[in-house]
Design a protein around this ligand. Structure first.
Ligand code: PEP
Length: 258
């Protein structure tokens, strides 16, 4: 199984989101073997995009979620509200949330637990800033983010955890991290989830995100260490995103024919 997750961030209105979602559906027409595709529009477009995606192979995700309660949390969107508009995935701890909105490791851990207890599938983002990469301490940094976020997390029997490794310096830069570095990090993440969290392989997936485009998607997706991609900028351009989806379809078709 491979995942392709589109994070549209705060870019599109409702009509534009519907048009882009239609483009995604057109892009996968005629493919028998598909990756698991998840689109994450702005909160204002979730409901309308969900109507369009009903009975398709494309699932809906939210870019963030509020606390595990309802009530006096002005400006937040709760898990039951996301569930009501058809979300099955939620991005948690994206670096833009951590940097611009000061979501600490403790907040990320709390939101992750809330997503899991609501029965949705979390896409937990981790990744180091440039100075940490330059100091050679990126693995320790990412594993610390992981262990903090995953402390006390209880996945239910059929629930899956998606972890997206997104080095902050690669996001939106036009240059992804070197494949060999991504593979090393994914291996460390995988080992941590298996050995420290005792999760079996089918309970989690490790995705890469950071300047993925049509021209580089295949080289990441064909690696068994890369369970999928989290795509920002390129997911907003349907021609570019179609190329990424085609690369994913090729890999999934090749896997199915083995
Ligand atoms: C992201 O912000 O999650 C991301 C991967 O962005 P981009 O693809 O634009 O680097």
């Amino acid at each position: 199984m491979k995942y392709v997750v589109a994070n549209w961030k705060m870019n599109l209105g409702v009509r534009e989101s519907i048009a882009l979602a239609r483009g995604v559906l057109r892009a996968i027409q005629g493919h028998d073997q598909l990756p698991q595709i998840v689109v994450c529009p702005s909160a204002t477009a979730l409901s309308e995009v969900h109507k369009l995606l009903t009975r398709s192979h494309v699932l809906l995700g939210a870019q963030n979620a509020g606390p595990d309660k309802s009530g006096a949390f002005t400006g937040e969107i709760g898990l039951s509200q996301l569930d009501e508009v058809g979300c099955t995935f939620v991005i948690v701890g994206h670096s833009e949330r951590r940097v611009h909105f000061h979501e600490t490791d403790a907040v990320v851990a709390e939101r992750l637990r809330a997503v899991v207890s609501a029965g949705l599938t979390p896409i937990l983002c981790v990744g180091e800033p440039k100075d940490i990469r330059d100091s050679g301490k990126e693995t320790a940094y990412v594993l610390r983010q992981l262990s903090s976020a995953l402390a006390d997390l209880k996945l239910s029997r059929n629930q899956k955890l998606l972890v997206a490794y997104e080095p902050i310096w690669a996001i939106g830069s036009g240059t992804p991290a070197a494949l060999k570095d991504v593979l090393v990090m994914h291996e460390s993440i995988r080992k941590f989830l298996q050995e420290d969290l005792h999760l079996s392989d089918e309970r989690f997936a490790v995705l890469y995100g950071g300047s993925i485009e049509g021209k580089n998607a295949y080289q990441f997706l064909r690696e068994s260490e890369v369970d999928g991609l989290l795509v920002g900028g390129a997911s907003l351009k349907i021609n570019e995103f179609t190329k990424i989806l085609e690369a994913a379809c090729d890999v999934v078709e090749a896997q199915a024919s083995v």
